[in-house]
Ligand binder design. Structure first.
Ligand SMILES: CC(C)(COP(=O)(O)OP(=O)(O)OC[C@H]1O[C@@H](n2cnc3c(N)ncnc32)[C@H](O)[C@@H]1OP(=O)(O)O)[C@@H](O)C(=O)NCCC(=O)NCCS
Length: 190
């Protein structure tokens, strides 16, 4: 696979294709700690959950072959400038720079919406995911030991984090994401 796939914002019309990409990582790996693959309706619900956060898809020859998105790190109010990042590719698409290309769209978008810190939880071992996050500048925070039980055994989860910008003394509210519009930096960042 010589070149990265093309990246574009994702919308609910992509939900079924995104669910297709995700399904094998749920049913056949511990990269996801889910055990029941979400269907298209559930994926559409996640894509439009409030506060709305960015989703991008990677496309090759018109077909969705990967996606990355931001999610709330925790739901309590003081966490609202902190986001979790996730990325999944179709198996045959790995190693061509598409994971990097997705994150190179996602991370600036999260910053421009006003978010301050990106986090990633990675079930260990996962050298490709650790390699991707390290290549994008994430640094290790620590490891949750025996954090999940799947496929007959316990799994550790390593956490990584990336500063998206200098933490402001008085942060503006993060803006909601819209797939049709470029992110508008909040007041004070323009
Ligand atoms: C993790 C994943 C998204 C990485 O995407 P990818 O397109 O294969 O990665 P890229 O080709 O863009 O590589 C990005 C960087 O990661 C590094 N990397 C990729 N695969 C690697 C591997 N197997 N071992 C070590 N480093 C690796 C590359 O060296 C690259 O660094 P560079 O850009 O500075 O050269 C992809 O492998 C995947 O979908 N894995 C299964 C699902 C998954 O584990 N998702 C993450 C859940 S936490």
């Amino acid at each position: 696979m010589p070149v990265p796939a093309d990246i574009r914002p994702a919308d609910v019309g992509d939900a079924a294709a995104v669910a297709d990409v995700y399904r094998p990582w749920v049913t056949g790996s511990v990269a996801s700690f889910e055990t029941v693959p979400p269907d298209a309706d559930e994926m559409a619900r996640r894509m439009t959950a409030q506060p709305r956060l960015p989703w991008f898809v990677a496309c090759r020859d018109g077909a969705v072959v990967g996606y990355a998105y931001g999610g709330q790190h925790r739901t309590r109010a003081a966490y609202r400038w902190s986001v979790d990042c996730s990325v999944y590719l179709a198996a045959g698409e790995r190693g061509a720079g598409t994971g990097r290309a997705l994150y190179e769209r996602l991370l600036p978008e999260l910053r421009d919406l006003g978010h301050v810190t990106a986090f990633a939880g990675i079930a260990l071992p996962n050298p490709a995911s650790v390699g991707l996050h390290t290549a994008l500048g994430f640094t290790p925070v620590g490891v949750y030991r025996a954090a999940g039980f799947k496929a007959g055994r316990w799994h550790d989860v390593g956490w990584w984090q990336l500063p998206l910008r200098e933490p402001p003394a008085e942060p503006a509210e993060p803006a909601a994401w819209s797939p049709g519009a470029p992110a508008r930096p909040p007041e004070g960042l323009r």
